[in-house]
Design a binder for this molecule. Structure first.
Ligand code: URA
Length: 234
């Protein structure tokens, strides 16, 4: 059950104040009855809500791709730090959480959702969801780096890293890396183990979801139905 004013605000009919005015003005019906009380409780999954004559489509969950800029943390709250959630200007922002973490100085694709089931699926270590990164290095990439990434690297953890794909480009300091796991500072630690250093790191994709290059750092958009569907495929 949810309050009518919250329900409308979450579904982008305006601020809480805006939607309260709309409700009091008689612009909203629930299951065929005009409701003028903003605190009216409805079952958001089944109620038929009509605003100014138009039937509302209920969205149970929200899915957002954020182009995470550098300088903000992926956790929802950390004292003295700007959170990725501060970029999301939606009434439901407080319900969202990031699916996986990027380092404070890492940029790129970050999926934010309130769908715990999907988040769990994507983060489950057993699922080995692919994550692809664009990487800039301090020094030219070593000749044997592709093989080392493929074979697994000792980065000081109990286990070697899982086979990862290193793609070279025409610039020996610019590479792409695809990981099937996600350990703390993993890419940085992998290159450190090869006596190199990451100077810039940007996530390009996660599973089938690719960062929308029309977004600028700090901008976001909703996922399309197609994108959501592809993420949900087991
Ligand atoms: N690897 C890193 O080192 N940092 C990230 O943010 C992601 C992958």
């Amino acid at each position: 059950m949810m309050r009518l004013d919250r329900f409308l605000a979450i579904n982008k009919y305006g601020t809480r104040q805006d939607v309260k005015k709309m409700i009091r003005a008689g612009q909203v019906t629930v299951d065929g009855q005009t409701v003028r009380n903003p605190e009216y409780k409805l079952d958001e999954e089944t109620a038929e809500v009509i605003v100014d004559g138009r039937r509302m489509i209920y969205e149970k969950n929200h899915y957002i791709m954020l182009y995470k800029p550098a300088g903000c943390v992926s956790s929802t709250y950390e004292k003295g730090e700007r959170s990725v959630l501060s970029y999301i200007n939606e009434a439901y922002a407080g319900d969202l959480f990031p699916v996986g973490r990027l380092d404070k100085d890492t940029q790129g694709l970050l999926l934010l959702t309130d769908d715990g089931v999907l988040a769990h699926q994507l983060l489950s270590p057993a699922k080995h969801v692919d994550k692809r990164y664009y990487v800039e290095l301090e020094r030219d990439v070593a000749e044997d780096a592709v093989i080392r990434f493929q074979e697994g690297i000792d980065i000081g953890d109990e286990d070697m890293t899982m086979p990862a794909v290193l793609e070279l480009t025409s610039d020996p300091r610019h590479v792409y890396v695809t990981l099937h796991e996600g350990r703390y500072h993993q890419i940085k630690r992998m290159f450190e183990a090869l006596d190199n250093r990451v100077t810039y790191l940007k996530r390009i994709s996660m599973k089938e979801l690719v960062l929308d290059e029309t977004l600028k750092p700090g901008e976001y958009r909703k996922l399309t139905e197609d994108e959501i569907m592809k993420l949900k495929v087991p």
